[in-house]
Write a protein that binds this ligand. Structure first.
Ligand SMILES: NC(=O)c1ccc[n+]([C@@H]2O[C@H](COP(=O)([O-])OP(=O)(O)OC[C@H]3O[C@@H](n4cnc5c(N)ncnc54)[C@H](OP(=O)(O)O)[C@@H]3O)[C@@H](O)[C@H]2O)c1
Length: 334
């Protein structure tokens, strides 16, 4: 095994603004041998997530920052090729924090097995993985939609937003997506069955909300923050729920994050805004994934993956998330 090479992206410095190729060191090292309790995994698909940009920053967050010189953190799926851990056997497929590299060697903390005969491997990073779990728990537990509610989502054609919007449709809601560009807006209505779409790149979002949400907004599932959050706050209903799932428009800011100017709408409407972190629900992933798989088998939820091939493309591929070039869950095929 040691004859084989492991290509790795290490965090070289903390970026100011967007991450670039210079943010990372790309190195070739021999594949290590797993010690007692450890496993060796051949990585196959790696999940590229907006949160990775936050993990590059110093400071307190829901996870410690990636250290300088450490392999860039990433979830992924791969196959066990050596195991010194009784919980995993050679040949098992696993989902875990594999990192941006060809091979993972280490303790499989938080890893779980997946079955490639039940679903294609990339799907365990989209609807059946952390992305789907985010959509499921953020919408149902924090957004708490009721039939007849109007649910608005930003980043609606993205990985999390597209799944959350479809779940809201299943719950009998009027669902309106905010996305960038005509193709993504058409996809929301024609492919996913949303009731309305607002193209924030070519129309005024407040005007779009007036048109698509004549009865106001009961649940806002926010993935982008910034001006779009402010626009939706201005249209909230009495007792509305605002789910702070993400704020991708702010992640590359060189200045301080822009907070919402319209927050007094929460007071006027006795509404609430609540932050969400998917890891808090890890104990319930298995049952939620089972329900998600059932909806997918019945054709009620569609999952779209955007797969880019080549570990070496990582820095440029990651940037697709921040300029809207991904269409579906962004996955790197190793
Ligand atoms: N809290 C949690 O536990 C948790 C877990 C997973 C993900 N998240 C969050 O969920 C959000 C979506 O993640 P994802 O993995 O599903 O990514 P994604 O939506 O598949 O991709 C990101 C999308 O964000 C949109 N975007 C980028 N810059 C923007 C800007 N300045 N203004 C408006 N939209 C912008 C782009 O879509 P357009 O083409 O439509 O602009 C882009 O395609 C992120 O904020 C992420 O951090 C949170």
């Amino acid at each position: 095994m040691t004859a084989q090479t492991n290509r790795q992206f290490l965090l070289a410095k903390r970026p100011v603004g967007p991450a670039t190729r210079e943010t990372f060191t790309f190195q070739h090292v021999p594949v290590g041998e797993p010690a007692t309790g450890q496993i060796l995994v051949k990585n196959q698909y790696l999940s590229l997530d907006p949160a990775m940009r936050g993990w590059m920053n110093e400071g307190k967050s829901y996870l410690p920052p990636v250290a300088i010189g450490e392999v860039m953190r990433a979830l992924g799926v791969g196959q066990v090729i050596t195991s010194n851990n009784p919980g995993f056997a050679v040949g098992d497929y696993v989902n875990g924090a594999l990192g941006i590299q060809d091979y993972f060697v280490g303790e499989p903390t938080g890893f779980y097995k997946v079955d490639p005969t039940l679903a294609p491997l990339p799907r365990y990073l989209s609807a059946l993985g952390m992305t789907g779990m985010t959509a499921y728990f953020a919408l149902l537990n924090v957004g708490a939609p009721k039939a007849g509610d109007t649910v608005v989502l930003s980043g609606a054609a993205g990985a999390v937003g597209s799944i959350a919007g479809q779940i809201a449709k299943l719950k009998g809601c009027r669902v309106v997506g905010i996305a960038g560009g005509k193709d993504k807006c058409r996809f929301l209505i024609d492919e996913l069955g949303f009731d309305g779409a607002i193209d924030y790149k070519s129309e005024d979002v407040v005007a779009g909300l007036k048109r698509e949400c004549p009865k106001g907004v009961d649940v806002y599932f926010d993935n982008v923050g910034g001006d779009i959050l402010d626009a939706v706050l201005s249209r909230l209903n009495f007792k509305a729920r605002v789910v702070i799932c993400g704020a991708i428009s702010q992640y590359n800011n060189k200045e301080a994050v822009k907070g919402p100017a319209n927050y007094l709408s929460l007071l006027i409407n006795r509404a609430r805004m609540e932050g969400f972190v998917v890891m808090d629900y890890a104990a319930q992933y298995a049952s939620a994934a089972q329900e998600m798989a059932g909806w997918m088998a019945k054709g009620q939820i569609k999952s779209k993956e955007d797969i880019v091939e080549g570990l070496e493309t990582f820095p440029e591929t990651l940037m697709k998330l921040f300029n809207g070039e991904n269409f579906g869950k962004l996955v790197l095929k190793v």
